[in-house]
Design a protein around this ligand. Sequence first.
Ligand SMILES: NC(=O)c1ccc[n+]([C@@H]2O[C@H](COP(=O)([O-])OP(=O)(O)OC[C@H]3O[C@@H](n4cnc5c(N)ncnc54)[C@H](O)[C@@H]3O)[C@@H](O)[C@H]2O)c1
Length: 239
Amino acid sequence: MRLKDKIAVVTGGARGLGQAMAELFADEGAKVVAVDMGEAAYEKENVEHYQLNVTDVPACEKFAEYVKEKYGRVDVLVNNAGITRDALTRKMTDDMWNLVLDVNLKGVFNVTRLIGPMMQEAGSGSIINISSIVGEYGNIGQANYAATKAGLYGLSKTWAKEFAMKGAQVRVNTISPGYTMTDILKTVPQDLLDKFAKQTMLNRLGQPEDIAKAALFLASDDASYITGHNLSVNGGMRL
Ligand SMILES: NC(=O)c1ccc[n+]([C@@H]2O[C@H](COP(=O)([O-])OP(=O)(O)OC[C@H]3O[C@@H](n4cnc5c(N)ncnc54)[C@H](O)[C@@H]3O)[C@@H](O)[C@H]2O)c1
């Protein structure tokens, strides 16, 4: 029970990595608020769904007030909601660029500028921003996505300094997953996925639980002296 009695917020929690994290955190004793723009149903009673589009600033403010009112604090925040709109740069439209930046970067800012200060006032907390192997190495056809995921490193290091001011034990880290089997890979052809699997040292793609376990570690007190760090969870892959 590594998150016993902790309050955790996971964005993009309806499916994929977010759902795996929400359920693992709940198994480890947390009360989880799984935020997503889509509908979701959870089997575990200590996971609550809250419908929210992280790009909607007034709705994020309403959400932060709701959490504060209901639980009084947030111990763990995972900014996991993210999207892709892939194209070679010369074919990338303004809409593709803007949408990916709005969700993957501004969405993280919208939620964290409300929850981060709450943690700072409470004196402790763990924020985990879900970046990507694509943020570390870049990738053909993903200029927008790579820019957002690399941007999360700067944001996280800044927040690791800001939210720890005046001695608060607020930790901010990123996880950079490699290719992990979720709906986000639906548009990637199978032969390419097979190639990616062979590019890992472990000869396989990731499973959502692989990432969820890394998030559990960073969320828990086991990582109490780890902040401003990026944890690559990719089976030893290099793009
Ligand atoms: N799966 C991978 O291979 C992989 C690799 C590296 C990084 N990531 C990152 O991990 C995170 C989760 O990815 P996934 O694979 O689980 O994807 P997914 O598409 O399965 O799930 C993403 C979830 O985010 C939600 N979401 C999207 N936009 C939102 C918004 N504006 N507001 C609220 N919720 C929103 C979706 O409804 C969905 O439930 C993303 O940030 C992604 O970039 C994934």
